[in-house]
Design a protein around this ligand. Structure first.
Ligand SMILES: Cc1cc2nc3c(=O)[nH]c(=O)nc-3n(C[C@H](O)[C@H](O)[C@H](O)COP(=O)(O)O)c2cc1C
Length: 367
């Protein structure tokens, strides 16, 4: 089945969010059966290119970025279309409808999306139920699961973000392998202010106190914004490292806009919200580099933003990313993009005479 020839043109008849919903429900129905899993596995099997990070082994570096499986409902689908790991969510403690529709816009000629979803999600309690159902069904994925944690709108308004993050962590702690603290989505008013020094310190102190009281330990990562000034990114890295944060996800969507290359892109770019996809790749690699330099080689970085082929993937790695994620490329290129990236990385390593991804991480960064 060719995604580019058959599926993508069909999905164009629907608005972006409906197309997303349809792909998700079709995919998860297929992936919930043994036959479906086998079929998808045959179509999208990826070569192995192992990476060790955050206490887990990843078959290769490429995972699904946060926001695609906001309800934690399609966990068995992602490994069957080639991803080596999944970041589900973002989850907030309270259930939220998010912003009014339409709230997701495609700029096809620029391979970019603009979204202002606003953390639409079922809330931590329902997300926990959904995870438990997957576990009970025997369909739990054999790949690492990260969970993205955001802050409820009401908690932001009440100035009680710490409580909200902790309450969500409490619900989901037993299900995730890795947790990502998201203070970088542009679509919840005030959320990015949590990246200011004092507020970030107090949030991460509270999260650390929570973690130290649990029997099980899980890595906690901080997801950063491409719109922060470079000095602020360095400050966030220092605050996070001094609080025992285990790594970073760079980057979230941007409120910046490139010059559009078509009328449709111009329309999409005029919408409010965060931009993702190809135009984000350059700033993403820059932020990865800044974080890597500041954090040093012992704190792994997940590189995300405009990764849609081997070139962007390799660039993220040599600037300091150990693992990678993508969202927009799945929309524009279909699932085959994962296999294409992993194959491309394998041949880059061969050309460079390198055996393991680890040796390429930060190759282009001087300290
Ligand atoms: C519709 C949509 C929803 C998203 N939701 C979240 C979210 O809930 N939490 C988060 O940290 N990032 C979210 N993201 C950001 C992605 O995880 C990723 O950082 C960003 O899209 C850049 O990657 P890409 O260029 O491969 O799409 C969302 C992105 C999109 C397009």
């Amino acid at each position: 089945m060719s995604y580019g020839l058959l599926v993508r043109p069909l999905l164009r008849f629907f608005d972006s969010e409906s197309a997303h919903g349809m792909s998700l429900s079709l995919g998860s129905t297929v992936a919930s059966t043994m036959v479906g899993q086998k079929l998808l596995g045959t179509l999208y099997r990826t070569p192995s290119l192992p990476v060790d990070a955050f206490g887990s082994r990843f078959r290769h570096p490429v995972g699904l970025a946060a926001g695609f499986d906001k309800r934690c409902e399609a966990l068995s689908l992602w490994p069957s279309i080639g991803f080596s790991w999944t970041e589900a969510g973002g989850i907030t403690y309270h259930p939220q409808d998010g912003n009014e529709k339409p709230r997701m816009f495609r700029a096809d000629s620029d391979r970019a999306l603009v979204n202002r979803m606003g953390f639409n999600n079922p809330g931590a309690v329902e997300a926990r139920r959904s995870l438990q159902r997957t576990l009970d069904s025997g369909n739990w994925p054999r790949t690492p699961l990260a969970i993205n944690i955001g802050c409820s709108k009401v908690a932001m308004a009440d100035n009680q973000p710490e409580k909200d993050y902790i309450a969500t962590l409490q619900q989901l702690w037993d299900f995730g392998d890795i947790f990502v603290i998201n203070v970088s989505s542009p679509n919840t008013s005030g959320l990015r202010d949590l990246g200011q020094e004092e507020r970030l310190s107090s949030l991460l102190d509270a999260i650390n106190a929570f973690r130290s009281m649990r029997d099980s330990d899980h890595p906690i990562l901080l997801k950063v914004s491409p719109d922060s000034h470079d000095d602020d990114i360095r400050m966030m890295v220092d605050v996070a490292s001094s609080r025992g944060i285990n790594g970073f996800v760079a980057v979230n969507t941007t409120v910046g806009r490139p010059e559009p290359t078509s009328t449709r892109s111009r329309r999409a770019f005029s919408e409010g919200g965060g931009l993702s996809g190809r135009p984000l790749a350059t700033r993403s690699a820059e932020v990865i580099r800044i974080v890597h330099r500041q954090a040093g080689p012992t704190l792994p970085i997940v590189g995300v933003g405009g990764i849609d082929g081997p070139d962007a993937a390799w660039n993220a790695i040599i600037n300091g990313a150990t693992l990678l994620q993508l969202y927009s490329a799945l929309v524009f290129n279909g699932p085959g993009v994962v296999k294409k990236i992993v194959r491309g990385l394998r041949s880059r390593l061969d050309k460079a005479g390198i055996q393991h991804i680890h040796e390429a991480v930060g190759m282009d960064v001087e300290f």
